[in-house]
Design a protein around this ligand. Structure first.
Ligand code: AMP
Length: 283
């Protein structure tokens, strides 16, 4: 595996890269979830490029950005072992050259609700960095996790708008969980042991909606209630939102409606750590 930091080194490394090329954008602190993205890319691409860049533009608070784990050495070892060919770990100046006017990229209509509403500017930051990575790397495929289901939809929308550039196919990789059910996240490192067991209410609440759906429950209010019953009285967990949406349009589903599929998303804070998880219910 080669590691490059600058745009120039990246361009040189890419000129000899076998095609198709798969891009996996990450913010580092790699775990088995990222590894699943690497495996998916390895299975269909001749070259695999992993980027590690903690993008300041997608953070809504300076403290969250400062606290984000940075573990480049361990990340490089994991990436090499998982089969990455090229690791791109740029500095801020390589992504956002000070000499350039940085225009914010429109993340589109799917970015309005959920994380878009909870974290104003977040998806514009994601859209801007993803567009820059797409332009710099020019991959045939790009890999994203279902765990950030809205991000995935937003990126699909961005890729579809790029009509004058070569097409990039967006691939979706299912959420990887720890044995106890908690979705793997770089932020889990900040949870205390007690916080971790509190956080398990999130996947349990999602499981409860799945169980109700499997029993034949189709009423949105009843599905929501199944999750609320698990989350209520969960001391130490601050629920930010519990949302049921159309999986394609991300439009909110009214409690009185009856559905054949739904994207259930939970955002909550435990130990001051913001966690997000989702489950798609489908008949
Ligand atoms: P991040 O480094 O958190 O920005 O994530 C980089 C990519 O890995 C994103 O596409 C995430 O959706 C994906 N990802 C993060 N956690 C998981 C997980 N537990 N399972 C699958 N993909 C994940």
């Amino acid at each position: 595996m080669r590691t490059v930091q600058s745009r120039t080194e990246l361009a040189a490394a890419l000129s000899g890269a076998a095609r198709p090329l798969g891009l996996i954008p990450t913010m580092g602190a790699l775990h088995a979830g990222h590894e699943a993205l690497i495996r998916a890319a390895r299975a269909e691409c001749a070259s695999v490029l992993l980027s590690i860049y903690v993008n300041p533009r997608q953070f809504t608070t300076a403290s969250d950005l400062a606290a984000y784990p940075r573990t480049l050495e361990a990340d490089a070892a994991l990436a090499a072992a998982a089969g990455v060919d090229l690791l791109f770990a740029p500095t801020d100046a390589e992504i956002y050259p000070p000499s350039e006017e940085i225009r914010s990229v429109d993340p589109g209509p799917l970015a309005e609700r959920l994380e878009g509403a909870a974290r104003p500017g977040h998806f514009a930051g994601v859209a801007t960095v993803v567009t820059r990575l797409f332009d710099l790397v020019g991959p045939e495929y790009a890999y994203f996790g279902e765990k950030d289901a809205q991000q995935l939809r937003v990126v699909e929308w961005i890729a579809a708008q790029r009509t004058s550039a070569p097409r990039i196919s967006i691939r979706c990789v299912p959420t990887v969980r720890d044995a106890d059910g908690l979705a793997l996240s770089s932020r889990n490192a900040h949870l205390s042991a007690g916080g971790r067991s509190v956080a398990l209410a999130i996947p349990r609440a999602l499981d409860a909606t799945q169980a109700a759906f499997t029993r034949g429950e189709r009423n949105v209010g009843a599905l929501r209630a199944a999750a609320t019953a698990v989350l209520a009285d969960q001391r130490g967990l601050t629920l930010e939102y519990l949302d049921l949406a159309d999986p394609i349009t991300l439009a909110a589903l009214a409690d009185e409606s009856s559905v054949s599929e739904a994207l259930v998303t939970i955002a909550a804070a435990v130990d001051g750590v913001r966690l997000i998880d989702e489950r798609t219910l489908r008949a």
